[in-house]
Design a protein around this ligand. Structure first.
Ligand code: 8ID
Ligand code: ZN
Length: 347
């Protein structure tokens, strides 16, 4: 047992809303499967400055079938029987400035509900979701393969999309062997980027290189500062971008030094109490762009799923059962999960 692991209880008597109990805009989803994201572990451990409502069912990478829709829902983009995905953002008002600008992750809340730190999630047979925010799963795309695209995929797809990179550029991916990271390697490759993967252990090395990373750095073995010299006629030194999905503050170290002038640091990994410790001087001197990148909007979800459904990005996952959640958390905590664990939620 890893110390301080959350106490996980499987309940067999949790109430499920009836159709009549669903509010307008709500839908009931019978789940087929769900991915396990490190965010669920952060929430369960309470190691973020933002506390989760407790008790709460975790999980936010779900795929399932809509089995009921609230009365008086009005315009409804989905129907009974649709296979949909459930992501981190449960609901948003769709009418505030953030929603109108496609930044619904930061939006106002119509019912006091937003991410899955405030509403029950997908580690359950049934979950209440919201018709405007569920994402249709492309026909023929396997549910287990789709699950982790709903968070890990969307998040890394969006971070790469806004990383100010072009085909042929170098991108550094600290955390590359984890759930988000191994999808980041692949989304980067679909954009024609050249990938330097940073993580640790033989399994993650093998995974990253098999997915198209050109170089591997084991952060536990190498203390060497990374500087990539461009072979192009234009020259240049350092990477054009870094998308950091490491769960530790250490994953953020050196990024400003290994980025080239004008490079972009996309902050994705969420160590709860760590702070940036980088040279202000060189951030300014090299005109480094630093962006926080928080999940993705509905369009990002559609695009990320579409790319994966075509087979250009594949989640590397191990399928387990709900009873394996605790050992999955332990594996994540110990850094032994290469790629993702997806839980089967079918009877
Ligand atoms: O919207 C967002 N920004 C968002 C969305 C989803 C998840 C952010 N996250 C956050 C999670 O809350 C978590 O903090 O991204 C982080 C990564 O989530 P994950 O990919 O689900 O976790 P993982 O599978 O455990 O992978 C983390 C990897 O980081 C490596 C580990 O070895 C592991 O493979 N790592 C660590 I810890 N320290 C590292 C370092 N110094 C490192 N890799 C490189 N350098
Ligand atoms: Zn997540």
């Amino acid at each position: 047992m890893v110390p301080c692991m959350p106490d996980i209880k499987i309940k067999t008597d949790h109430p499920v809303k009836t159709q009549a109990e669903l509010a307008p805009g709500e839908c009931l989803v019978k789940l087929e499967c769900t991915g396990v994201c490190h965010t669920d572990l952060h929430a369960a451990l309470g190691d973020w400055p933002v506390a989760a409502n407790t008790p709460l069912i975790g999980g936010h990478e779900g795929v399932g079938i809509i089995v009921a829709i609230g009365n008086n829902t009005g315009h409804c983009p989905v129907k009974l029987g649709d296979r949909i995905g459930i992501k981190w953002l449960a609901d948003s008002c769709l009418n505030c400035e953030h929603c109108r600008k496609g930044r619904e992750q930061s939006a106002l809340l119509p019912r006091g509900q937003t991410q899955r730190v405030t509403v029950d999630g997908t580690f359950a047979q049934y979950v209440v979701s919201y018709v405007n925010h569920v994402t249709p799963i492309p026909e023929g795309f396997d549910s287990n393969a789709a699950a982790s695209i709903l968070c890990a995929g969307v998040t890394t797809y969006r971070a790469i999309k806004y990383s100010n990179t072009a085909a042929g550029d170098w991108i550094v991916l600290p955390g590359a062997g984890g759930g988000l990271g191994h999808l980041a390697v692949q989304y980067a490759r679909t954009c024609g980027l050249r990938v330097i993967a940073i993580d640790t252990g033989a399994a993650k090395k093998k995974l990253c290189l098999s997915l198209g990373a050109e170089a591997w750095i084991d952060f536990k073995e190498s203390k060497v500062k990374y500087r990539q010299r461009d072979q192009s006629p234009h020259g240049g030194e350092g990477a054009h971008a870094a998308v950091i999905t490491a769960t530790s503050g250490a994953g953020y170290e050196q990024a400003v030094s290994y980025l080239r002038a004008g490079g972009t640091l996309m902050a994705v990994g969420l160590p709860g109490t760590a702070t940036f410790d980088s040279s202000i001087f060189f951030t300014v001197f090299k005109s480094i762009n630093i962006h926080g990148s928080y999940v993705g909007n509905r369009q990002d979800a559609v695009e990320a799923l579409d790319i994966a459904a075509r087979g250009d990005v594949k989640c590397h996952f191990e399928l387990k059962e709900l009873g394996d959640l605790e050992s999955t958390y332990e594996g994540m905590q110990n850094g032994t999960v290469a790629g993702r664990v997806v839980l089967n939620m079918k009877d």
